[in-house]
Each structure stands twice: as C-alpha cells, then as structure tokens.
Design a protein around this ligand. Structure first.
Ligand SMILES: C[S@@+](CC[C@H](N)C(=O)[O-])C[C@H]1O[C@@H](n2cnc3c(N)ncnc32)[C@H](O)[C@@H]1O
Length: 445
C-alpha cells in the first residue's frame, strides 16, 4: 500500500468518527485494509488527529476562506491529518504535502488538489497560529473545558494537559499465580523495563508499551493489561473467602477477573452486563485466566429479571459514564461526547445505585466507581444517594491518594501514571442498627 492510500484510509476513519462512530468501532475496518507493517502508522494518525482535533480544526477553519462543502468533508479530514503531522510529528513536510495532494486525487477530488496544496504550503510557511482560547490550546470542546474549570478550579489545566498525553501500558499481576516482585524479575530477564505502580499493589507500569504476546506468561494468565486506577476498584472491595460478589456492569470483565484472582475462595461471582455484544469478552478473559463466574446478560437495574433474592456481600458498581477520565486512551471521546449526555448518564448512575443497593446484604459493602472526572457523575451521585438512604454509610478511603470530595475519592489523570477515576465505598448497616455502628472500618487498602 502506498503512503497516499494509507492517508486516504485515515481520512475515511476520521470521517466516520466525525459522523459519530468511536475509533473502537471504525478503526478495525481501516486496519483490516492496510498491510500489517502499516497498521501502527494508521492508528497513530487517527489517534493523533483525534487528540489534537479541536486545535487543528481551529487552524484549518482560519486558513480556509470559506468552509468546504459537506460533500467534500473527507478532504477536510485529509487536511486535518496533514496539519497534525506538520505540528506534531517528525515526518518531513515535503512528504506530508506531496502525499496529501496525491491522496486528494486518489480519493476522487482532483479539482481540490490546488486548494489542498495552497493551504498546506501556507501552514508550513507561517507556522501554527497562537491559540485563541483554552479550548483551542488544550484541544478540547468548549463545554468540557468550562465544566472542568467549574468542577476543578485548581486542577482543570493539569487535567486537560494530561488528557493530551499518551497513557502508559500498565499490567495487573495475577495474584493467584505469583507475586509482583517475581513478575518484575521475569520482565527484567526478558529485558522489558518496568516499575511497580505506587497505588495499586498488583500493578506494574512498563517504561514502553509492548505487544501482549511479548509479555512472559501472558497467554497462561500471569498478567493482564489494566490501568492502575481501574485496579484500585477491586482492592476497595475488601474481599474475603466465602463472599458472594456482584460485578454489576462487568464487560469486558477486567475487574471480574481481578476479583477472582485476588480472592479465589469466594463463594460466587455474578457478572452482569446488558450488552450482548460485550458479554462474550468477559468469558474470553475468564478463559485465558482459567477463572469462572456466573455470567448474565441483563439490565442490572431490572433486578426482577435476574436477581435470585440471595443478597450479595460485595457489589462492584462500575457504572456507564462519560469516560472523561480516560480521554488520553480514547481521544475520540472529545469528538463524540456531548454536554447533553451528562445529565441522562447521572440519572442512569443513580438509578443503578438505588436498585442494586437493595441486593446488598446488611453489613455488606458496595464500591461505586466511574472513569469520569465530572463531579455530576461522581460525588454528587453519592451525596444524593446518602441523603435518601439512611442505611448507607460512607467508608473513608486511604487519605494517601487522590482528592477527598467528602463523598468519595477522586483520582485525576496523571500523565506519568494512572487514569482519572472516582470511587466511593458504601457500607450497608446491619438490619435495625445505627449505620454508624456497623463493624466496617477503614478501607481495606
Ligand atoms: C465502564 S464499563 C465496565 C467496565 C468493566 N467493569 C471492566 O472493568 O472491564 C460499563 C459497562 O456497563 C454496561 N452497562 C451499561 N448499562 C448497564 C445496565 N443498565 N446494566 C448492566 N450493564 C450495563 C455497558 O455495556 C459496559 O460494558
């Protein structure tokens, strides 16, 4: 495949994202149509263009005297990709210009090659214009910047900057197979540089990402890929042998597997997801790790459809959310998410919490988690829930990490380490007891 058609393929992927598809949905088709050696390049072009989309878009809008017609939109994508390379890659600018003009022709728009050439020549000659706003500078939609500024007046710029970095590759060591120290030694022997994570006890962060096939013991379940922040959810459950555990929004099963690895003597783990398409991913992950759980395809909030009335000792509620804490891993979120999504999501989150609370055993513990940094999906949900549920008590989480919101702890995305995540640990009082007098104390970390 020529560099021209790779570029044209990237433009088609970007067009699909602009039309509302996620990279997870549309990139596989693009990748399938390029040779193996070019897949990383196609991926890098699409991820990079999404990451800097709002900033590139501001520059392109400024350079185009009038916007291209909707029917010429794929050429707009081609120009964004070329600008991404001019501003953020080592690629020689003459190659970017020539290949983009050729891709314009190859896609069937020969009449626009002059315009494409003129715009890119000017961009190369004049350099990048000064960003006109924080939204352009940090390349995020305006509403997200305003929401973050409002939610985190002391941290919003750091969050935006961290969102534009490339996330590290982090592993979770399978505690039922060996220790973190043993696996670190194993990595050293195969010359893969790595460090233990600071917060998660089974976490290892690689200095550079590697294909999973290069990880020793991966196929036999020695490790899984999981961000450090995601690993903390299951640690907070404070698992013990004999417990019945519910993982309420479980697919693709990263946390279901972590639960079973950390405490193999549990009585049962029930893993529910309402997505028929995602449920098989849980089974695949369980199979690789030789673990088993009871899987159910259901809307977890409709307990009448799936619950057998046997209460759970522990519940993990890793709710569907805006994913605003994992933008560095999924930069297409910046294009896909709408401000109007957040209030309905918060309604779903509170609804799930209210319904699943009723399946928790008196004296049991529920961990509410999101990979969001919007307070509306996080501590505001817990605050509202605690107001209406006298049997619920908030358990304090180790003050050594994250930010205390008074209704749970927030980790903000850290360029050098973990994603952004929120956690609240709730204990249900023993029936008839004052919730303050439950035996639960501490946080299990
Ligand atoms: C944040 S992801 C869960 C990630 C998962 N816990 C893991 O660690 O691999 C949220 C999941 O919730 C599922 N979901 C959304 N609404 C649901 C509902 N009402 N009942 C059950 N699952 C739901 C989605 O299909 C999605 O797989």
């Amino acid at each position: 495949m020529t560099a021209t058609s790779l570029r044209a393929e990237a433009a088609l992927v970007m067009q699909a994202v602009e039309d509302g598809q996620s990279l997870a949905q549309c990139l596989p088709d693009g990748l399938a149509s390029v040779p193996p050696s070019e897949k990383p390049q196609l991926q890098a072009l699409c991820y990079g263009t999404c990451r800097w989309y709002h900033r590139l878009e501001a520059e392109l809008t400024q350079r185009l005297k009038k916007p291209l017609r909707q029917s010429d939109r794929v050429i707009h994508q081609l120009l964004l990709i070329a600008l991404f390379q001019l501003r953020h890659s080592q690629q020689a600018s003459y190659a970017v210009l020539n290949e983009t003009v050729e891709a314009c022709r190859a896609l069937g728009w020969p009449h626009l090659t002059g315009l494409v050439n003129g715009i890119l020549r000017a961009a190369e000659r004049e350099g990048e214009p000064e960003p006109a706003s924080a939204a352009v500078r940090f390349s995020h939609p305006e509403w997200m910047v305003e929401k973050l500024r409002h939610n985190w007046p002391d941290h919003w710029q750091a969050i935006l900057a961290a969102n534009n970095t490339q996330a590290p590759m982090t592993l979770r060591v399978n505690a039922s197979q060996g220790s973190r120290d043993q696996y670190l030694q194993w990595l050293k022997e195969v010359e893969i540089a790595a460090e233990p994570t600071r917060l998660a006890p089974y976490g290892i962060q690689l200095t550079r990402p590697v294909p999973v096939e290069h990880l020793p013991g991966f196929a036999d379940g020695a490790v899984s890929v999981q961000d450090e922040a995601a690993q903390l959810c299951t640690i907070l459950l404070d698992l013990a042998p004999g417990q019945r555990v519910l993982d309420a929004c479980a697919a693709p099963g990263g946390k279901t597997c972590a639960i079973l690895e950390q405490c193999p003597e549990l009585a049962e783990v029930v893993a529910i997801d309402q997505s028929a398409a995602r449920l098989p991913r849980i089974q695949e992950n369980l199979d690789r790790l030789c673990l088993s759980a009871t899987l159910q395809e259901a809307d977890a909030a409709r307990t009448e459809d799936w619950w057998d009335q046997e209460p759970f000792d522990r519940i993990l509620l890793d709710v569907p959310c805006s994913a605003s804490g994992v933008i560095r891993r999924h930069p297409d979120i910046k294009l896909l998410r709408r401000e109007s999504d957040i209030t309905p999501l918060a309604g779903i989150q509170l609804g799930l919490l209210e319904k699943l609370w009723l399946t928790l055993k008196p004296g049991g513990r529920l961990v509410y988690a999101t990979c969001s940094v919007f307070t509306q999906e996080n501590h505001r949900i817990i605050q509202r829930f605690l107001r209406q549920q006298p049997e619920a008590r908030l358990i304090e989480i180790d003050p050594d990490w994250g930010l205390d919101t008074r209704f749970g702890r927030q980790l903000l995305p850290d360029a050098q380490a973990h994603d952004g995540f929120f956690y609240a640990v709730l204990a249900r009082s023993e029936s008839g007891n004052d919730p303050q007098r439950t035996s639960e104390q501490g946080n299990g970390l």
